[in-house]
Design a protein around this ligand. Structure first.
Ligand code: CA
Length: 280
């Protein structure tokens, strides 16, 4: 019987500005350590011209730093990392009037070297799992409309069109502390994990997402999902990260290009692109 240790994990990710917005306040990144843990993160910033970009970038950097240098117990890592990000964003936001009140969503999946993983989130960025062609949403949005749907006071279709659909009940960095939703997940060969911002799930229905994830390897799935969200209007920034747990009996996967160093490099390229766009 194969184990996670005997398999490779193939990941791909991209963040796209979409078709309407002039700046991208989403970020994504993947990290790995020598013990065989993988950390996948998507964050969607909010709060003014510079605040959103700053908040999501600080969240990614801080969560990555805790993973790299203060790993501790795996089952508590995501909660500690998210709360560290909250403190840092809140501190920076409090020291610069231009960044006051900034915040960000965050969703992360920690994939362990055995069959154990964890998912954590704050806000309305989501994690999904495709297993045996069935798509499960692993996170419940911390949003006002999602709460109404959960209580049976609104249908999902009504929520999609509601003027308050962007109102979040929790975000990282706005308050001095944050309540992080975390839960353990079991990992199986063949699982596909998708992390995304609302720019994806707000444009595409779950069956569309499931069909693409089942059909395409991660890099192709990321491109196709972003293309299809943009074809639907691309009203928001679209960020997609896909991880495939490759079984021993599956075709060899290309090694992930994402390391802490490439995450930093990608962040610099993104920052330069934003700077160029602002100056153009
Ligand atoms: Ca968004």
């Amino acid at each position: 019987m194969s184990s996670i240790r005997s398999r490779q994990i193939q990941t791909a990710s991209r963040s796209d500005v979409g078709r309407v917005r002039s700046a991208n306040q989403d970020v994504c990144g993947a990290f790995e350590n020598a013990e065989g843990y993988r950390l996948l993160v998507v964050a969607d910033g909010m709060g003014g011209h510079k605040g959103g970009e700053t908040a999501s970038q600080l969240a990614l950097e801080t969560i990555g730093n805790v993973f790299d240098s203060d790993f501790g117990a795996a089952e508590t890592l995501l909660g500690r990392a998210f709360r560290a990000a909250n403190r840092e964003i809140h501190r920076v936001g409090g020291s610069d009037p231009a960044l006051h009140g900034m915040g960000t969503t965050g969703v992360a999946v920690l994939i362990g070297p055995s069959d154990q993983g964890w998912v954590a989130h704050v806000g309305d960025s989501r994690a999904y799992r495709l297993r045996d062609d069935h798509l499960d949403q692993l996170t419940e949005d911390h949003s006002w409309v999602y709460e109404q749907v959960r209580r049976g006071l609104m249908t999902a279709e009504e929520a999609d069109e509601h003027p308050m659909k962007n109102v979040l009940l929790r975000s990282i960095g706005v308050g001095s502390d944050v309540d992080v939703s975390t839960s353990p997940i079991d990992l199986r060969p063949g699982d596909r994990y998708l992390l995304c911002s609302d720019g994806l799930w707000g444009e595409l229905e779950d069956p569309v997402i499931a069909e693409v994830l089942a059909r395409e390897p991660p890099a192709n799935a990321v491109d196709e999902l972003i293309d299809r969200a943009n074809a639907r209007g691309g009203r928001d920034n679209v960020t997609v990260l896909v991880a495939a747990l490759i079984g021993a009996d599956e075709a060899p996967a290309r090694r992930s290009i994402w390391t802490p160093r490439t995450v930093v490099a990608a962040g610099l390229v993104t920052a330069m692109a934003i700077f160029w766009r602002l100056c153009a």
